[in-house]
Design a protein. Structure first.
Length: 381
């Protein structure tokens, strides 16, 4: 669980005025405790984003210089502008509220057309200097050097300590939860969020080991409908995957967990449609017919707004927000199949037999992974 307090950018110059789109993003980015991908990023999401952006853009940045200016300048105003834009982008999109970015220095990299942006990144008691690289217009930004074993280990240690400090008594929490004959534990996610995938992996493990629990588990999706089209926080590819999974859930429900269980391994939609034996023609019709797929998605999004969901994953049971971390007992991690099963079982008037089945207590993997176990964090998007 990453710490969630207010974003701060420390610079001597006057803060750059944000665009209306940026303001909209900030207004929708109020994270919830112990949640994580969604409408806010946490510390670990920064690490992952930095690594992905570094790998994807780092190799492309220099080749892109053919269409950019090859000569950088040392004009103070230009340096300040590059630094301000880079820090604003990192602050708005890549760090957790409460973490700070301090601009230290901007310098041109000779004969490359790019600038080195040196910042100090602080999260709680830990601090690290990061060298990022940006083009003059900051259309290309490569935050590098973020994912180090030492820094990641410190953050995981801090996370564990924070979980222990905030651990509630499971029996007390369970006694206070609303009960039902047939409770439904809903996980609100986006399909390409590392932590959304982690929660889907947890639910998949429950279904695989206690099939009778499947009827009490539902995955819903976060997003919006704009001009008749489904949108998502991480772009169109994620929006289409959200819609694909929604259509399978609604019209081919017996194929849902087979598809998702495959997709979470490598993110290969086409291969997984085949392996799960999804009716592709029926799926295509659902996704292209606004009266079907988009309407299904709207229902998810309206419920997401009703419960004020801001992060992926967020759990709702019996119409109230719940936390898997409250059930991390007997050595179970908060993001484990055992903790989520214990949470679900607390929603029953009378616990069914499957509640006595012990499931995996280890933390489930984030992002794409062939197996259940992983060394990932427990944040949210």
């Amino acid at each position: 669980m990453a710490k969630k307090v207010k974003n701060i950018v420390k610079r001597e110059e006057t803060p750059v005025k944000h665009s209306e789109e940026s303001k909209k993003h900030e207004e929708r980015s109020s994270p919830e405790p112990k949640q994580g991908c969604g409408k806010s990023f946490d510390t670990v999401a920064l690490f992952i984003a930095g690594l992905i952006v570094g790998l994807a853009i780092g190799g492309l940045m220099f080749s892109a210089m053919g269409s950019k200016e090859a000569n950088t300048t040392a004009d103070p105003a230009q340096l300040n502008a590059v630094g301000s834009k880079a820090v604003d982008f990192i602050t708005a999109n890549l760090i957790s509220e409460g973490d700070t970015i301090v601009l230290l220095n901007v310098s041109p990299v000779e004969n490359t057309g790019i600038y080195q942006v040196k910042v100090n990144y602080t999260s709680g008691p830990y601090s690290q200097i990061i060298d990022s690289y940006a083009t003059k217009d900051v259309e290309l930004l490569c935050p590098s050097g973020i994912l180090t074993a030492e820094f990641e280990a410190m953050m995981q240690e801090q996370e564990q300590e924070q979980q222990q400090e905030e651990q509630k008594d499971p029996e007390e929490v369970c006694a206070q939860l609303a009960k039902a004959e047939k409770p439904v534990l809903e996980a609100y996610v986006v399909s390409n969020c590392p932590f959304g995938l982690q929660m889907q992996r947890i639910m998949y493990a429950i279904v695989q080991n206690t099939p009778e629990a499947a009827q009490y588990l539902t995955v819903r999706y976060m997003g919006e409908v704009s001009n008749g089209k489904v949108t998502s926080m991480h772009g169109d590819a994620e929006a289409q995957e959200n819609l694909r999974q929604i259509c399978i859930r609604e019209e081919q429900s017996d194929k849902y967990w087979g598809y998702v269980g495959c997709y979470m391994q490598e993110g290969k939609s086409e291969d997984c449609l085949t392996s799960a034996k999804v009716d592709k023609a029926k799926l295509e019709e659902c996704m292209s017919d606004a009266s079907k797929g988009v309407e299904y998605a709207k229902e998810d999004f309206e419920l997401s707004d009703k419960y004020q969901v801001t992060g992926s994953p967020t759990l709702i049971m019996n119409q109230e927000r719940v936390s898997e971390f409250d059930f991390a007992v007997d050595g179970a991690d908060g993001r484990s199949a055992e903790a989520a099963k214990n949470l679900l079982c607390c929603g029953f008037n009378t616990k069914p037999a499957f509640c006595s089945t012990e499931l995996a207590k280890t933390r489930a993997a984030t992002m794409y992974s062939d197996g259940y176990d992983g060394a990932g964090s427990t944040g949210s998007c």
